[in-house]
Design a binder for this molecule. Structure first.
Ligand code: TXA
Ligand code: MG
Length: 335
């Protein structure tokens, strides 16, 4: 009998699942749309595990699942219209992109460095019980490998992820099978970022505002291509094997180049002194922000191996290093 990771939703198993989440492990759980691959949304390392498990070559922002509207408000601002939508469509297959509160508790990796966060309160009883038992926010993309279809049974999840997930809570087949509707209220319109079973018509009825479908080019599936995506104000110099006197350094591994001129003494962060790509992914956005806030002109970045999570790290760094159009104000952050 192969090692079996599928567990029925009993109270003992909810307790175990919540314990795994607290330990930074991954737990897959059903929602009414698809199965999610969950991690503690406040734990950078655990969120990095999600990207590693999915073989995602990029850091897409993830949906944060919460057990209550109150918890959503702990992490994000709800404008009037977003609140109306939440009251109508939560719990359910509906996700709101909201401005993040700046208390820094949510992992920066969850929102891929954006100043916004996608939040959902699912209706499925197993998801709700797990969220209540855990008592915190759970980051969860669909529980499939990158580039494959979203799983709608526990068995699918096991086939996709095998030993990359500590536990799969079995809630039977998902009712809906398509991912949640994602919207963002923006001024006098509601932007539809991803269509789902909550229709534009229903949203318009509640919001009293027009719903505008946004094209793929406007959505942050490719972070960094999006105008509003977090881009550091400083220039990045990649694959740096030495550091100039006025540069900050984002290092990786043990053999870090000798630094730093008197101007930038202290402007050094190491993504992972031990050379762990998971640790580096977990630290990436927070360290970029820290160095960027020190008002240096250039951040030298040590070479990062292009394998596993290193692919996603390098993708993000290359986007941050790419020249920006002249008319984009430096430091133009997410709206
Ligand atoms: O039904 C669902 O929504 C499932 C279940 C597990 O909740 N989750 C899901 O997650 O489909 P995922 O990671 O496969 O898709 C999340 C989508 C991505 O397209 C991402 O770009 C978008 O949400 N997203 C997340 N945060 C965002 C943000 N701050 N701004 C705009 N889009 C965001
Ligand atoms: Mg997905």
């Amino acid at each position: 009998m192969p090692d079996h990771r599928i567990y029925p939703p009993t109270s003992v198993n909810y307790t175990l699942a919540a314990k795994y989440l607290r330990q930074g492990k991954l737990v897959s759980f059903p929602t009414e749309t698809v199965y999610g691959l969950g991690a503690n949304a406040c734990d950078d390392r655990a969120v990095a595990e999600i990207f590693a498990a999915k073989d995602r070559p990029r850091f897409n922002p993830l949906i944060v699942h919460v057990p209550s509207l109150e918890m959503a408000e702990k992490y994000a601002y709800l404008d009037f219209t977003s609140r109306q939508l939440a009251e109508k469509f939560w719990p359910g297959p509906f996700t709101l992109v909201l401005n993040k509160k700046p208390d820094g508790e949510l992992s920066d990796l969850v929102s891929a460095g954006l100043d916004t966060v996608a939040i959902r309160l699912p209706r499925h009883s197993v998801a709700q019980q797990l969220l209540r038992q855990f008592g915190g926010p759970i980051a969860a993309p669909s529980a499939n490998r990158s580039g494959r279809v979203s799983p709608t049974t526990a068995k699918h999840v096991e086939e996709e992820l095998d030993d990359r997930v500590a536990m799969i809570l079995d809630g039977g087949p998902c009712d809906e099978g398509i991912e949640s509707t994602i919207v963002q209220v923006s001024g006098q319109e509601v932007r539809l970022l991803r269509p789902g079973s909550v229709s534009p018509r229903e949203i318009e009825m509640v919001a009293g505002l027009p719903v505008k479908a946004v094209t793929a080019a406007d959505t942050p599936t490719a972070p960094g291509q999006l105008k509003s995506h977090y881009a550091p104000r400083a220039k990045l110099r990649l694959n740096a094997t030495h550091v100039l006197p006025d540069e900050a350094l984002l290092a990786f591994g043990r053999n870090i180049p000798h630094t730093a001129g008197p101007d930038t003494a202290g402007a050094v962060r190491n993504l992972s002194p031990s050379g762990s790509l998971k640790e580096a992914a977990a630290n990436l956005f927070a360290m970029l922000r820290e160095l960027d806030s020190m008002n240096v002109e250039t951040i030298a970045v040590s070479p990062i191996p292009s394998q596993g999570l290193g692919l996603a790290i390098n993708d993000r760094l290359q986007r941050a290093a790419a020249p920006r159009p002249e008319n984009t104000p430096a430091g133009d952050k997410a709206s």
